[in-house]
Each structure stands twice: as C-alpha cells, then as structure tokens.
Design a protein around this ligand. Structure first.
Ligand code: HEM
Length: 377
C-alpha cells in the first residue's frame, strides 16, 4: 500500500501543486470584504472557525477527495452539497464519540446514547464513501465497455480498481480509511503552525524570506522548490513536535513476551507511545515548550539543539504501520504554508490569548484560534 502511494505520489505532484492556487483571497475562501471590518479592501480579519472551516474546506476539497476519490466534494462552492455537509458532520461525530467508545465499558452501550450515534456516524461515512467509489466505478466500467484506457492522470481509486491487487471490499475500506486519516490531521496542524507563526514575527519573517527567495515573483512552488525549503520543513516538524495531531501510537504484544532491560512484558501487553509527552521531554528538547523551528536546522540555534533520541518526535509513527499518507500530508502542508506566507502576513487577533491543546481522539485546539490575515503589498 505504502509503495503504491509513493509511486502515485510522483504522478499527483503536479495535480496537487496546480490544485492549490491561493493567490486570490477568494481561493483561500477569504472574503473580499470582511464581515468584521467592512473596508473596501480585504482588511485581514478572519476568525478561527472560519479559518479552520476554510482550511478544512480547502484540504477536503483540493486534496484528499481528489487524490483518493478522484472527485471534488464541492466544499468551496457557494452552496456546499448536502452530502458533503453530512459527511463532515459524521466525521466530527465519529472522532468526538470515539473517546466514550474506548473509555466506557461495553455494557453502557445499550443504555447510553453515544453508541447508537457512533454507529450512525460510521454508517453515514461508509455510505457516502461507497457512493463516491461506486460513481467512479460506473465511469470506469463505461470506459471499459467503450474499449478506452484508464483516464490520464488517474489517481489512487482508479489504480486500485483497475489493478485488481486488492479485493473490491478492501478497496472500499482502504479508500475510506485514507479519507478519514487525511481530513482533520493536516488542517489542525496548519492551524497550530499559523497560531505560532502569528505570535512569532521572527519565525514568520524567516519563513516569508525563504518563500520570497525561492519564488521571488510569487509564482507557485514546484516540486523542485519544495525539495529545498529547510525552514518551512522545520516549521512543520516543530509544529508536530508540540502538537502531534495523532497524540500516540499503540502496539499490542501479540506473539511472545518482550524483555526490555529488567522488565518483562507478557503477551497481550498494550504499549502506548505518547508523542505529546516525548516531544515535550526537556531531556530530549531543550526549551521544550517553546516553538523553535531552528532546532531542526543543521547548525541552527545551538541553545535549543540537543542530540535527541530519533524516536522522541515521530508524529507519523514508524515502520510498516506508520502513516501511509505522510508524504501527501507533508506536501500539502508545505504548499499551503508557502502560499499563505507569500500572500499574507498572519497576526493574532489577541496576542495575549493562549490556546491550549485538547484531545478529541485527535489533538485539536482547545478553543478558537483567532487570526488576522493581512495581504502583503
Ligand atoms: C499531519 C498529518 C498526519 C499525521 C501527523 C499523521 C499521523 C499518523 C500516525 C501517527 C499514524 C499511526 C502510525 C503508527 O501506528 O505507527 C497514522 C496512520 C495512518 N494515516 Fe496518517 N497522519 C497524517 C496525515 C495523513 C493523511 C493526509 C492521510 C491520507 C491521505 C493519512 C492516512 C493514514 C492511514 C490510512 C493510517 C493507517 C495506516 C495503517 O494502519 O497501516 N494520514 N497517521
């Protein structure tokens, strides 16, 4: 699966790069006139819910659905389709209710309403995803009947459906799982990155300068540019160190007991690596609570550089069960931040306001992040 994604990733790069034109505020979903400040030019105010909604819209619309389902969900249309709204609300419900499902004993399922709601959310998610897959299947079958080849630039779904490497039911679950994995992860990480950049003029200036020196005429970055942006990558790494959107990884000891130093962990032990804790461990990262992208740069900010353990910040996990969407996620976050920096200065609406993280299965902001987007001259 990972190999297949990596192969396809190369082919998608152009499509993804072209799909993210943020040069016009409206492309970002930002209004030409702001509701808070009816200034004739875009005034730059934007509140968190709108930002998060916009980022989610942008990401839902431009990438995961396009990459995975080869379909647009219509989030950027003036009227978002009913089905898409239902899908987003089912996803929210599923994440919210995953915690009571994990934490409460089974016998409560028949007594409390959370279980029925959780099952309904999953029913909605799978029903909508199945519909998208079936629509694609019809198109492919029609092409096949006419003797035509798979369409140019086809994505993952076509590859899976036509290569027949997976049984049909596995295609359904794989594709749905990819969509689930890709929706809230990148949008929340981008929100945190903007939260810190808005409060750290120096980091924002460095990032803007990097964008400017790579693409002086505000052109869209290409895959070639993206191989070179050390500060941008450091910003994303640092954001994920502080806010690992998937806050931990679980592994179950299935076969034999495991010996670690003087400890024996019997079969059936559940291990949990908490990225949030390891990423903020002062023994691994000096000034661990501070946002210091430089710590990821060779030769940068010596005071914050410690030879940390290679597994102390692994927000995408590791090994065969590591995040299969890592490259897509990174590409998407690099592109979005790059384009935002090219076009806007991002400021906090209230510099004193502190936003803490909370978990809703995923790690998300505990309250709204209110930002101002000031168009650069
Ligand atoms: C900031 C972005 C993201 C982060 C931090 C992240 C993190 C993770 C982590 C920690 C895991 C578990 C890995 C393990 O157990 O070792 C995971 C699994 C997964 N992720 Fe992501 N992810 C991100 C974005 C995405 C995207 C964009 C997609 C889809 C396009 C995706 C799809 C998946 C899938 C399908 C799995 C399950 C893999 C398996 O169980 O084999 N993720 N992710």
């Amino acid at each position: 699966m990972a190999v297949l994604l990596l192969k396809l990733y190369k082919r998608w790069q152009t499509a993804l790069l072209c799909g993210m034109r943020l040069d016009d505020p409206r492309r970002l979903g930002l209004p030409a006139r702001c509701s808070h400040h009816p200034h004739p030019n875009f005034c730059g105010y934007k509140c968190h819910e709108e930002i998060q909604r916009t980022l989610k819209k942008m990401l839902h619309n431009s990438r995961v659905a396009a990459v995975v389902f080869e379909a647009r969900l219509g989030c950027l249309q003036d009227r978002v389709p009913e089905e898409t709204l239902r899908f987003i609300s089912a996803l929210n419900a599923m994440w919210r209710l995953s915690e009571p499902v994990l934490l409460l004993p089974r016998w409560t399922r028949g007594l409390l309403p959370y279980w029925g709601r959780f099952v309904r959310a999953w029913d909605d998610i799978t029903q909508i995803a199945d519909g998208l897959i079936e629509r694609r299947l019809l198109v492919l079958e029609e092409r096949l009947r006419r003797g035509a080849a798979a369409p140019e630039g086809a994505g993952l779904l076509t590859a899976l459906l036509t290569s027949k490497t997976l049984p049909r039911e596995e295609v359904y679950t794989t594709v749905t799982e990819l969509l689930l994995g890709g929706v809230d992860t990148t949008s929340n990480t981008l929100c945190w990155a903007l939260y810190h950049l808005s409060r750290d003029p120096r980091a924002q200036r460095l990032l803007h300068q990097e964008a400017l020196s790579e693409c002086p005429d505000l052109q869209e970055p290409t895959a070639h540019h993206l191989t070179r942006l050390p500060y941008l990558k450091a910003v994303v790494k640092e954001t994920l160190r502080l806010y690992p959107v998937v806050p931990g990884n679980g592994r179950l000891v299935l076969e034999n007991e495991v010996y670690l130093e003087d400890y024996c962990f019997p079969r059936g032990t559940q291990f949990h690596l908490c990225h949030y804790v390891t990423g903020r461990d002062e023994a691994q990262f000096r000034a661990s609570e501070s946002f210091l992208p430089e710590r990821w740069l060779r030769g940068g900010a010596r005071e914050s550089r410690l030879p940390h353990h290679p597994y102390s910040s692994i927000p995408f996990g590791r090994g065969v069960r590591g995040c299969v969407g890592k490259r897509v996620a990174q590409l998407e976050m690099y592109l979005a931040l790059f384009r935002i920096m090219q076009h806007y200065q991002v400021l906090p609406q209230d510099p004193e306001e502190v936003v803490e993280a909370k978990t809703r299965t995923l790690m998300i902001p505990g309250k709204p992040i209110n930002l101002r987007f000031i168009p650069r001259a």
